[in-house]
Design a protein around this ligand. Structure first.
Ligand code: FES
Ligand code: FES
Length: 162
């Protein structure tokens, strides 16, 4: 199979890349576009470290062949901060010590971003359910759950809904 030109909107920028057959969205982001926040962990859809938003839904980018998402909208951790200011989820992760080695953090934050758009006032159980596909080997999850609940509260207090 021949390489294909794929067009994507990534973090509000129009991008075109030449994708070899079998290139994953994760590979395209990291290797073609230099966006390395999403991490390659298991490469099997099991760890969530590669999570990005694809048309606003969290997906394991390692499982998505990039040629199948021509024309899609993609958001990565690099596209979360606005004008260099961390958003509520990023700030809460930082200030609530929800990151240690950081390998899971980009995926966790993107999963949390999607959750808080769908559900601005999640319960603790809903947060746990939302991040059930994201593995963290360092924190024991408690600080991550607390940070997401904190971020939800910060976002409600700021009046931001998305
Ligand atoms: S690297 Fe994609 S789910 Fe693990
Ligand atoms: S902070 Fe190390 S894997 Fe989550």
């Amino acid at each position: 199979m021949a390489s294909r030109i794929v067009s994507l909107t990534v973090n509000d920028r129009e991008e075109e890349l030449i994708a070899k057959p079998g290139t994953s969205l994760l590979g395209a982001l990291r290797e073609n576009l230099g966006l390395t926040a999403a991490k390659r962990g298991c490469a099997q859809g099991a760890c969530g470290s590669c999570t990005v938003l694809l048309d606003a839904r969290p997906v394991p980018a390692c499982l998505v062949p990039v040629e199948t998402v021509d024309g899609a909208d993609v958001r990565t951790l690099e596209g979360v901060a606005a004008d260099g200011e961390l958003d509520e989820v990023q700030s809460a992760f930082l200030e609530d010590f929800a990151t240690q080695c950081g390998f899971c953090t980009a995926g966790m934050i993107m999963t949390a971003e999607a959750l808080l758009v769908d559900n601005p006032q999640p319960t603790r159980d809903e947060v746990i359910e939302a991040i059930s596909g994201n593995v963290c080997r360092c924190t024991g999850y408690e600080p991550i759950v607390a940070a997401i609940l904190d971020a939800a509260q910060r976002r409600r207090a700021s009046g931001r809904t998305a």
